[in-house]
Write a protein that binds this ligand. Structure first.
Ligand code: ITT
Ligand code: NA
Length: 198
C-alpha cells in the first residue's frame, strides 16, 4: 500500500512517514517526483490550498494523493500568519526569519496573551472521486525565546502547557502523538479505507 503526499517540506514528510508507518503504508513525497512542478497556493484558506495541492498532483500522477496545508494562528495577531506561515517573513521559505518576525510582532505581550494554535488541513484527492478534507489543531503559547532543536518551522517557539515543553523539546514520537498533523491523521484513518475503496 502506497500513499503519495504532495509536500516538498522535509519536516512534514518525516512526520508523515513515521505517523503512517504504523498503518503499514509506504510514503512517497514530491522529493520522489522531481519532475513535477510546484503548485501555486493561491487560496485564502487551509482547505483551499490543501485541495489545490492534492488535486493538482493527483491529476498529474493519475493516482490518489494526500496533501497537508498547515500553519500557525496567533490570537493576538488575528490568526496570522495563518495560511502565510511558510512565507511570513518573505517570498523565500525561511524558518529562522519567520521565527524572528513572529517574536518581533509579539515582543510587548505577556505570556497569557500569547495564545496560538497550530492548524493542519489534510486533503485527499484521486481520479474519478470526490475530494475530502480533514482538520486537526493543537493549542499552545508562543514563547519569547526559542527552546529545543527538534522539529521544524515554529516548533521551538510553540509551548505546549500539558507537556511543559515546546514542540522542539519533544521527541519526534512525542510530537507525533499530539500534533495538529497527528490529530488530523487519526481522523483520516477512520475514513481512509472506505474512501479508497469507493
Ligand atoms: P508544502 O506546501 O510543500 O507541503 P510548505 O512548508 O510550503 O510545504 P504550507 O504551505 O502548509 O507548507 O506551510 C506550512 C508552514 O506552517 C510551515 O512551513 C511552517 O512554517 C508552519 N508549520 C506547519 N506545521 C508545523 C509544525 O508541525 N511545526 C512547526 N511549524 C509548522
Ligand atoms: Na500554505
Amino acid at each position: 500500500n502506497r500513499i503519495i503526499i504532495a509536500t516538498g517540506n522535509k519536516g512534514k514528510a518525516a512526520e508523515f512517514k513515521s505517523i503512517f508507518e504504523k498503518y503499514g503504508f509506504e510514503i512517497h513525497t514530491l522529493h520522489d517526483y522531481p519532475e513535477l512542478g510546484e503548485i501555486d497556493e493561491t487560496g485564502d484558506t487551509f482547505a483551499e490550498n490543501a485541495l489545490l495541492k492534492a488535486e493538482g498532483i493527483a491529476k498529474e500522477l493519475n493516482t490518489i494523493v494526500l496533501a497537508d496545508d498547515s500553519g500557525l494562528k496567533v490570537d493576538a495577531l488575528q490568526g496570522q500568519p495563518g495560511v502565510y506561515s511558510a512565507r511570513y517573513a518573505g517570498e523565500e521559505k525561511n524558518d529562522a526569519k519567520n521565527n524572528a518576525k513572529l517574536l518581533g510582532e509579539l515582543s510587548e505581550l505577556p505570556f497569557e496573551e500569547r495564545t496560538a494554535h497550530f492548524h493542519c488541513t489534510l486533503a485527499l484527492a484521486g481520479p474519478d472521486r470526490d475530494s475530502l478534507t480533514i482538520e486537526g489543531e493543537l493549542d499552545g503559547y508562543i514563547l519569547g525565546v526559542p527552546r529545543g532543536h527538534n522539529g521544524f518551522g515554529y516548533d521551538s517557539l510553540f509551548y505546549v502547557p500539558e507537556k511543559e515543553k515546546t514542540l522542539a523539546e519533544l521527541t519526534h514520537e512525542e510530537k507525533n502523538a499530539i500534533s495538529h498533523r497527528a490529530v488530523a491523521v487519526r481522523k483520516l484513518e477512520k475514513v481512509l479505507e472506505e474512501w479508497i475503496q469507493n
